[in-house]
Structure formats: C-alpha cells, structure tokens
Write a protein that binds this ligand. Structure first.
Ligand code: PEP
Ligand code: MG
Length: 366
C-alpha cells in the first residue's frame, strides 16, 4: 500500500504538468496531527479550536460568558489564553515546517454552557432537599437567555468574534505567542488564521484588523517577525456571491462544505440525515446524500467563489475542509471542476484522499 501511495503522491504533486493537488488534515490535537503525518498529510487544513474548550475547560469559558464581573471575565480570559497557547505550541511544534490553519471559535457559545434541562433538574432536587438554589437559579436564567431557536443560524462563527471581541483577541494572541516562542526555540511554525462563517465582507475586514493588530503587538513583545496569513471560510452562499469583495482582504479561502450544503439546500445538518433524507434518497429525489458527496449546485458555488477570488489575486490559495474533503468522488470534482488547491479531511481518510487526488490529476491531464 505504501508503494502505491508513494506513486499516487508523485502523480498528484507533479507540477511539470499543471498544478499540484494537495492533501491536508482536520486535526485539533497533537495526537491526531502525528497520526495524520504518518498517513501522509502535508499540513493541517482545519484546527477546530472550539474542541480545545471542552472537558474541564468548559468551566473557564462558562465564567467568561456568564459573569458580569470584569475581574472574573479577565481572569477567565487569562486562563484561556494560557491553555490555548500551550495547545498551539504543542501542535505547531509537531507541524514544524508545515502549514497549520487555525480557525477562530465557531459554534454557538451555549454549547459550552450547562444543559438548562439538567440544571433545572438539579435545582429541583436541591430544592426538595431544602438546599439554597439561588445561585443555580441565576445561572439558569442567564443560560436560558442565551438559548437560540436556530443556533446553527445564530450567534456563531465570526459573529461571536464581533460580539465578544475579547475572544478573537485572546485566540490570535495565543496563536502568535505560540509561534513567536517556537521561532525563538529554532522551530519553523507556520500558523494561518481562519475566520469562520463570514457572509459580509465587513465581518472579515474587522476581524482581520483585530488579528493584525494583535500579531504586531506580539511581534514587538518577542522581537520576532511573524508571517501569519489570514483567510476566511467560505461556507455561506452569500460569501460565494461576494467572494471577489472578500478576496480583496483575504490570503486564502477554505470552503466549509458542511455548512455550505446546509445553507444552500436549507437542510439542517443536525436533522436532515435522520429525519427525511433517507426518504429523499429512497424516492430518488436526490441521487446521493449531499452531506457525503458534493452536490453539483454546491460545487458550482465553490467554483464561482474560486473564480472570483482568482480574478482578484493570483496569490490566493483555495481549500476544502468540509466532510466532502475526504470523499473520493467529491475530491476529483473539487480539483477538476472547481480548481481548489487542497482538500482537508479527517486523519483516517488521508490515504484515500491521496489516491483520489492522484486520480483527479490523471483525469485532468487526459
Ligand atoms: C464546514 O462547515 O464544512 C466545516 C468544515 O466547519 P464545521 O463542520 O466545523 O462547521
Ligand atoms: Mg462550518
């Protein structure tokens, strides 16, 4: 198998006949990054930083979100900065010499909060035992106030960075400090910052300005020069339509085809597959599950955005990091129809993606 994969790499990376077709990995921890390198990934195409806020760390982000005490919030941010910096140091060290695309926090903030139904149950139990529940009630009130009817279409992605401006400040500082520390230790960190769920150019412009300011501050503090590209996820139809406008301010586009599929069809990612998609597939309303194999209309949106971006600048690069980035049929379509430079997928799909990318290259040369 290694021999075959080696041939596939020679084919897909051969630039004597057109562009190379690259394969990156979606990884959020050093173990996945190491595994992905063994599987032949060239870089990290998507680090979902919100995964780093789970477990014990949920408590820290909760106190940042729920407290109205400035000191408590500042302490929470300081703690988050410390743990995120260590996360990024570990991963960038593993990936030395290779790109690592780090996405700013994406999901709705209430995902980090206690479940209100569980909390209400706990309050009822404590009340029955005659215990004081005033703090828990206040917490429940705050959490209830944050619940949204359609969280996947609500306060998430870049919207969080605009509304909770301290979050991107903290995350970019963590990325830049980690890179600066590693540079001083002789490593070659190559972080790239990615802004999720952009649909309005101004969202990208404002967040980019914040990121550039923080990077400049960190450069001055450490006395090192950092080169951190800043790009955007294109995962909403509006972003595809105004991709030329966004491209004027972005170093790269990475397509989040999970959200792009959801929002193009208006199918909820969370429900569709269990609720009605099986019937649609059975009745042949759809030829294939669009969350697995890229739908032709979604592919057209990707292509439109790539074309608009390339028309603005030939310097940009384009990737795909939705689940489709590990689907062989979609991989061939992305490279050969939309003209993206890389796909990024989960570690175990990397070998398959390398083969599919080689196939795409062979087909394109015919
Ligand atoms: C996507 O939307 O395709 C994507 C990669 O981001 P996420 O799945 O984390 O929303
Ligand atoms: Mg997404």
């Amino acid at each position: 198998l290694d021999t075959v994969l080696g041939w596939a790499d020679e084919v897909r990376l051969d630039e004597s006949a057109g562009r190379g077709y690259h394969v990156r990995v979606n990884a959020d921890n050093p173990e996945d990054a190491e595994l992905a390198l063994e599987f032949g990934a060239e870089a990290i195409g998507l680090c979902r930083t919100e995964h780093m806020f789970l477990g014990d760390r949920k408590q820290i982000i909760q106190s940042f979100i729920l407290s109205d005490d400035a000191d408590v919030r500042a302490k929470a941010l300081e703690d988050l900065l410390a743990v995120q910096t260590e996360d990024f140091v570990a991963m960038l060290r593993t990936m030395t010499g290779r790109a690592m695309v780090i996405r700013l926090i994406d999901p709705p903030l209430h995902e980090f909060l206690d479940d209100p139904r569980e909390l209400a149950g706990e309050i009822a139990r404590k009340e029955a035992l005659g215990q004081d529940v005033s703090d828990a009630r206040e917490r429940l009130r705050l959490i209830d106030g944050m619940m949204e009817s359609n969280p996947m279409l609500g306060l998430r992605g870049v919207r969080l960075s605009i509304v909770y401006a301290d979050l991107p400040l903290m995350q970019v500082r963590a990325v830049a400090s980690a890179a600066a520390r590693l540079k001083l230790e002789g490593f070659d960190p190559r972080p790239e910052i990615m802004i999720p769920l952009v649909s309005i150019t101004e969202e990208h412009v404002q967040t980019r300005a914040v990121a550039e300011r923080v990077i400049a501050e960190v450069e001055a503090e450490y006395g090192v020069k950092l080169d951190i590209p800043i790009g955007t996820m294109i995962e909403l139809p509006r972003a595809c339509l105004v991709a030329d406008e966004i491209a004027a301010h972005a170093d790269f586009f990475c397509f989040g085809t999970n959200d792009l599929t959801q929002t193009t069809f208006g199918f909820s990612r969370d429900d569709a597959e269990a609720k009605f998609l099986p019937a649609y597939l059975h009745e042949k309303v759809l030829a294939a599950n669009p969350f697995e194999t890229v739908d032709p209309a979604v592919l057209q949106l990707v292509k439109m955005a790539v074309d608009k971006g390339r028309a603005v600048t030939s310097e940009m690069h384009f990737g795909v990091c939705g689940e489709h980035g590990g689907d062989p049929t979609s991989i061939v379509d992305f490279f050969n129809t939309a003209g993206v430079d890389y796909v990024s997928c989960s570690p175990y799909r990397v070998p398959l993606a390398r083969l599919a990318a080689a196939r795409a290259k062979l087909i394109s040369e015919r």
